[in-house]
Design a binder for this molecule. Structure first.
Ligand code: HEC
Ligand code: HEC
Ligand code: HEC
Ligand code: HEC
Ligand code: HEC
Length: 174
């Protein structure tokens, strides 16, 4: 048997316990925003400074993962801009102290490992499903929060049915 076939068998077996979990959880709520190593404000950058999402989330239209920006992206501007703002100074101290290491942002949207889900941004961008459909109006948020619980198979499958996208188990699971 192939690896993929075995994976599917395990999934179908798991679905019984998943059903129990779903019934117990009823309607899953969005996860609370995690505390970030340093406050980041989308509103300032997206609304006031009119920056494109892909300037920081480099893969959002072309890769599986949208990705979170390394500190070098931020420092490229903040070496010069906003040098008189205390939160910018705090950021640059962290950057110089860590010698430009990537900043470990905490994820807001988290898929449970156990679900073995393969979410891919690129096909959604290609089908012109806007960021806000799944993430809400992030550009006007001062703290990025989850608006919809993305870890909800029913939500994925409902839209796939409506949009005539694939609902084959192996489209989303590996
Ligand atoms: C294209 C340039 C640019 C990039 C890239 C950029 N910023 Fe900014 N940032 C700005 C500008 C312009 C302001 C507003 C400064 C002002 O009001 O004078 C700002 C404001 C800020 C502030 C202070 C405002 C507040 O309320 O928080 C912080 C902190 C900050 N940026 C952090 C970051 C971080 C962290 C990143 C990387 C994830 C980043 N910036 C990327 C240009 C940039
Ligand atoms: C200047 C850089 C910058 C720009 C521009 C930017 N973001 Fe972000 N974004 C970040 C940083 C840094 C984080 C991680 C910290 C946080 O969650 O606030 C983040 C977090 C997020 C998250 C939560 C990711 C997760 O962990 O699940 C989403 C969703 C998001 N951004 C969407 C957008 C969208 C949509 C746009 C355009 C409207 C955008 N961002 C523009 C820097 C940026
Ligand atoms: C169809 C729904 C959907 C759309 C449309 C969508 N996302 Fe996401 N996004 C998700 C899901 C689901 C995750 C969590 C993926 C994971 O953890 O494997 C995520 C995660 C992210 C993250 C966290 C980093 C990462 O790559 O996991 C960022 C940042 C993000 N999205 C930005 C964007 C931006 C910017 C756009 C628009 C260009 C966008 N997303 C469009 C569903 C979507
Ligand atoms: C708002 C509608 C919508 C939501 C919500 C949505 N999708 Fe999609 N998805 C689409 C569309 C439209 C396509 C593109 C179909 C095509 O190109 O034929 C797609 C494509 C995909 C693909 C690529 C399929 C392929 O054949 O290559 C994967 C994988 C995927 N979605 C997984 C997910 C997962 C996992 C979730 C939930 C976390 C999700 N999607 C939520 C609309 C959605
Ligand atoms: C459009 C994407 C998509 C399709 C198609 C899909 N799933 Fe899922 N599935 C998910 C997502 C996202 C989760 C994680 C969130 C949750 O548990 O609701 C999940 C969770 C699960 C879980 C729970 C795993 C765990 O323990 O966390 C099982 C079991 C499962 N799916 C089985 C299936 C089976 C069997 C099929 C085919 C009949 C299928 N899925 C088709 C997206 C999808």
């Amino acid at each position: 048997m192939t690896g993929r076939g075995r994976g599917l068998r395990q999934l179908v077996g798991l679905s019984v316990s998943a059903l129990a979990l779903t019934l117990a959880a009823c309607s899953p709520r969005p996860q609370a925003a995690p505390e970030q190593p340093i406050a980041y404000n989308h509103q300032v950058h997206v609304q006031d400074e009119e920056m494109e999402c892909t300037r920081c989330h480099l893969g959002a239209e072309t890769q599986d993962q949208a990705g979170l920006p390394p500190m070098t992206v931020c420092a490229g501007c903040h070496r010069r801009q906003g040098a008189d703002i205390p939160s910018v100074q705090a950021f640059m101290e962290l950057y110089d102290g860590g010698q430009g290491e990537p900043l470990a942002w905490r994820k807001v949207n988290v898929m449970p490992e156990s679900a073995m889900v393969h979410f891919r941004h690129k096909p959604h961008a290609r089908a012109e499903v806007g960021c806000e459909t799944c993430h809400g109006d992030i550009g006007s948020m001062t703290v990025a929060e989850q608006v919809l619980n993305v870890a909800d198979m029913g939500w994925c499958v409902d839209c796939h049915r409506r949009e005539e996208a694939s609902i084959d188990c192996l489209t989303c699971h590996h």
